[in-house]
Design a protein around this ligand. Structure first.
Ligand SMILES: *[C@@H]1O[C@H](CO)[C@@H](O)[C@H](O)[C@H]1NC(C)=O
Ligand SMILES: *[C@@H]1O[C@H](CO)[C@@H](O)[C@H](O)[C@H]1NC(C)=O
Ligand SMILES: *[C@@H]1O[C@H](CO)[C@@H](O)[C@H](O)[C@H]1NC(C)=O
Ligand SMILES: *[C@@H]1O[C@H](CO)[C@@H](O)[C@H](O)[C@H]1NC(C)=O
Ligand SMILES: *[C@@H]1O[C@H](CO)[C@@H](O)[C@H](O)[C@H]1NC(C)=O
Ligand SMILES: *[C@@H]1O[C@H](CO)[C@@H](O)[C@H](O)[C@H]1NC(C)=O
Length: 786
């Protein structure tokens, strides 16, 4: 059973082998050196007949293919350069693929070079390091091991120098190995090896001296008048060698580096002078050397040095500005000159000589010695003068220059039609040449009247650079001739550039209901401010569209019209100039509900109304109060006494004449419950009804419900008294009880009211008032009736 199963497996697997592997291409995974030839075989066990080949799906010419016997066919590939390719073998009749293989190529290392050199910190002797480098084109990211192998005339067998996995390798301490010596031919090969292939570079042959890199030279730099002197020493003094000196200005803008070559014979010291250097300027210098045919050493350490001043480099450019003569005919001359740069070493002495009347041969020398500050001020009279400036360096005259100061009113040529324009901070000046021949022109310019710049030119136009921006400049053009100066022609207040607009500020907004008056201002305009063309006032409600009004540049106020009452508006002002615009900040304002012009009359009217209403209200209140408080005491319960005079009364108001007409529209009427006659001692009823009613006098005249009670007429002022009385009215003991001075009332029967007190002469003068309650009559009525 088991054997049967095994047999079955064997039969099946054999069948598989036969169906699959009856054809194939060999070898598999071919690695070729670029440009080499190869032959690939296609074989079939069972299939016989012709085959054809494809390389990367392209059919190869039949001629490349060669039939070996019935089962084997070979294809030859010559000078194969593809990095990677797929080669397939097909049946000729069915085009069925019988097998295939991949072919990859590799190249050998090239450009091998080696250098024999020193360690960084060494000081000579035999160089310790041997470094080789090479190039290698790769199309695969396979790890490659490189080995540098060498042989020499001493040791012809290959010896390994160094190995690495990158394109360079260094053999340290080569001087100890003895394999590479200073003399004789050597050669070197680089082997590149991966797991699939191995390739050797072409051998590289060298003489040790030609690959020897010497140490960088030691440089010594000296600044001499007008030039620099570079001196250096190398470790190769005993052999012929070449050196290069490179130098440049420190901080030079352009790559103005220059190189000087110098070949040194054996035992000649390195030394070179660097001419063509600028005065008082820092230079950097370094040097490198190489043995003949050998690589350059590294550059020596850079040395820096400032050059000395050369007399011919000194350009004093003496110039002067002359003021108008004062009352005494004295003019001030400001002499100015280009100073010697502060980088120049040494002491410089300046002296100014003033020579007057040179035409008349009279030379008066005023000598001022100073230590070089420009401008320098001298006073001269109205005559012509010549200023001479001399500079001494270490007591030797270095340079001198002179300038002419014309006499007042001297007729001299001058330029005409000075025209200026400015653009982006540069002022361009042009002028017309004078009729006389001139040798040139001096242009001077200032932005503050103290600091001047000046420049000489031969042409009739000039561009002034490096100006302070947004400043007015005064520019003067003076012709020069025969060592003299002509008269200057000025162009005043030329702005180097135009500043932006000043800021705009909204000063006030006075809003009415449908309009608003707005005032704004701009920051003070400067000389070089942009010229304002107009303003645009923008305004809008929160939701509404933005509206605008253009305002003439001379005005700074506007009335915004057609606004909606009781609405918030925002507004800002834009100043418009040719060069740009300036904005104010945004301000908000609310329009009024009503026209404020209507408000004043309305207010006045309202106030009048309020006053009237208040007056009426007050009157009513007083009357009401009076009604409430006025309680006429019952004279029937009181004894009659002499009333104290008004001046003795406290808190009591004098009675007015009874006949006094009522001041109020409201006539109070007081009523009290009738008290029983039989009980004359009855107190004032605390709960006594006292009603106040606003009654027409006419109504008052009408008969009351109580026919017995006569009408009362009260004076307003008596309310004070009645208040006093009422406050005590609730108490069982009325103050009237304690009245001591008793007099019998004068009775006059039948009269509804009567005089209670006899008139004194004082009382005759002061009108008297009488108060009466209805009860009094009730009580007396009884008495009278009795
Ligand atoms: C055909 O040639 C190949 C290679 O030369 C050889 O290996 C093979 O045995 C040959 N086959 C026959 C049937 O001769
Ligand atoms: C390369 O060198 C390393 C160590 O030197 C070694 O482990 C590796 O097998 C080498 N590879 C090949 C392809 O020779
Ligand atoms: C200096 O030598 C280099 C190469 O050696 C050369 O390219 C260069 O032109 C030479 N310079 C001068 C100024 O001769
Ligand atoms: C330019 O000249 C005028 C007239 O002489 C003078 O008033 C003004 O101050 C000068 N301005 C400057 C900046 O020097
Ligand atoms: C102007 O021209 C004269 C002679 O034509 C020359 O000597 C002088 O150097 C020139 N000056 C300038 C600033 O170019
Ligand atoms: C002012 O408003 C008008 C339309 O109302 C518009 O065409 C114009 O562009 C506005 N002006 C500015 C400066 O926005």
């Amino acid at each position: 059973m088991c054997c049967l199963l095994l047999l079955l497996v064997v039969v099946i697997s054999t069948a598989e082998v036969r169906s699959k592997n009856t054809c194939d291409v060999i070898p598999k995974d071919v690695y070729l050196e670029v440009g080499s030839d190869t032959e690939i075989m296609c074989w079939c066990l069972y299939v016989h007949g012709k085959v054809f080949w494809t390389l990367n799906s392209e059919i190869l010419p039949q001629s490349w293919s060669r039939s070996i016997n019935s089962s084997h066919t070979a294809v030859s590939l010559r000078n194969f350069t593809l990095h990677k390719a797929t080669l397939q073998c097909h049946r000729h009749d069915t085009e069925e693929i019988l097998g295939g293989t991949t072919i990859r190529t590799y190249s050998k290392p090239t450009d091998v070079g080696c250098m024999w050199h020193y360690k960084n910190d060494s000081w000579g002797g035999v160089p310790q390091l041997f470094t080789c480098s090479w190039k290698h084109q790769l199309h695969v990211s396979e790890q490659i091991n490189y080995t540098v192998q060498g042989s020499s005339w001493l040791n012809t067998s290959q010896f390994e120098i160094c190995s690495s996995q990158v394109n360079t390798c260094t053999f340290k301490d080569v001087h100890l190995s003895g394999n590479i010596t200073l003399v004789g031919n050597h050669n070197v090969t680089v082997r590149a090896k991966t797991s699939h292939w191995e390739v050797y570079s072409d051998p590289y042959e060298f003489e040790p001296q030609h690959i020897l890199q010497i140490l960088p030279p030691k440089l010594n730099l000296t600044a001499l008048s007008g030039h620099l002197l570079a001196e250096w020493s190398t470790s190769a003094v005993s052999k012929k060698h070449h050196c290069q000196v490179k130098y440049d200005k420190v901080g030079g803008k352009d790559a103005s580096e220059k190189v000087l070559n110098k070949t040194l014979e054996p035992r000649v010291k390195g030394k070179i002078t660097i001419d063509k250097v600028e005065s008082c300027t820092y230079y950097k210098v370094s040097v490198r050397c190489a043995l003949d045919k050998a690589p350059w050493s590294d550059w020596s350490r850079e040395k820096r040095l400032v050059t000395q001043l050369r007399g011919s480099d000194v350009k004093l450019q003496l110039w002067r500005k002359v003021t108008e003569p004062d009352q005494d005919g004295i003019r001030k001359v400001y002499a100015m000159w280009t100073e010697i740069p502060s980088t120049c070493q040494g002491a410089f002495l300046y002296s100014i000589h003033l020579t007057a009347n040179e035409h008349h041969g009279i030379e008066i020398d005023y000598v001022h010695t100073l230590c070089g500050s420009s401008p320098f001020q001298i006073s001269v009279n109205e005559d012509a003068h010549r200023l001479k400036l001399k500079v001494y360096h270490n007591d030797a005259l270095l340079a001198e220059d002179s300038v002419y100061v014309p006499a007042v009113g001297e007729t001299l040529p001058r330029v005409a039609n000075v025209q200026t324009s400015s653009r982006q901070g540069v002022i361009h000046v042009s002028w017309d040449a004078p009729a006389q021949t001139v040798t040139g022109y001096m242009i001077d310019w200032t932005h503050d009247g103290h600091q001047y710049s000046w420049m000489e030119t031969n042409s009739t136009s000039m561009s002034l650079f490096g100006l302070l921006e947004k400043k007015p400049h005064n520019i003067t053009v003076t012709p020069l001739f025969d060592g003299k100066t002509g008269l200057g022609t000025q162009a005043l207040h030329i702005c180097s550039s135009v500043s932006g607009l000043g800021r705009v500020f909204i000063v006030s907004i006075e809003a009415s209901d449908k309009s608003a008056h707005m005032i704004w201002t701009t920051q003070p305009q400067e000389v070089c401010s942009a010229v304002l063309i107009h303003y645009v006032v923008f305004y809008r409600t929160e939701q509404g569209r933005q509206l605008n009004i253009t305002v003439d540049g001379t005005k700074q106020e506007i009335d915004l019209k057609g606004l909606t009452p009781d609405t918030q508006y925002s507004t800002y002002v834009m100043a418009v100039a040719l060069t740009g615009v300036g904005h104010s900040n945004t301000r908000h304002f609310n329009t009024k509900k009503f026209d404020p012009r209507m408000v004043r009359p309305l207010i006045i009217f309202g106030v009048v109304i309020i006053v009237v209403v208040l007056f009426v209200g007050l009157c009513c209140a007083i009357q009401w109060k009076k009604f409430l408080k006025k309680q006429v005491p019952n004279p029937g319960l009181s004894s009659v006494a002499l009333w104290p005079s008004a001046s003795h009364q406290k808190g009591m108001v004098l009675f007015r004449p009874f006949s006094y007409p009522s001041e109020s529209l409201c006539e109070p009427v007081y009523m009290e419950q009738p008290q029983p006659i039989s009980t004359p001692d009855t107190h004032l009823d605390p709960t006594g009804v006292h009603k106040e009613q606003c009654i027409d006098p006419a109504v008052v005249a009408e008969p009351d419900k109580r026919p017995h009670e006569p009408e009362n007429t009260f004076n307003q002022s008596s309310s004070m008294e009645s208040t006093g009385l009422l406050s005590e009215g609730g108490s069982p003991l009325s103050p009237y009880r304690s009245q001591s001075s008793v007099e019998s009332p004068t009775q006059s029967g039948g009269q509804e009211w009567k005089r209670l007190l006899p008139m004194t002469h004082q009382e005759l003068a002061t009108p008297l008032s009488v108060y009466v309650t209805l009860d009094i009559f009730d009580q007396y009525q009884g008495n009278f009736e009795n």
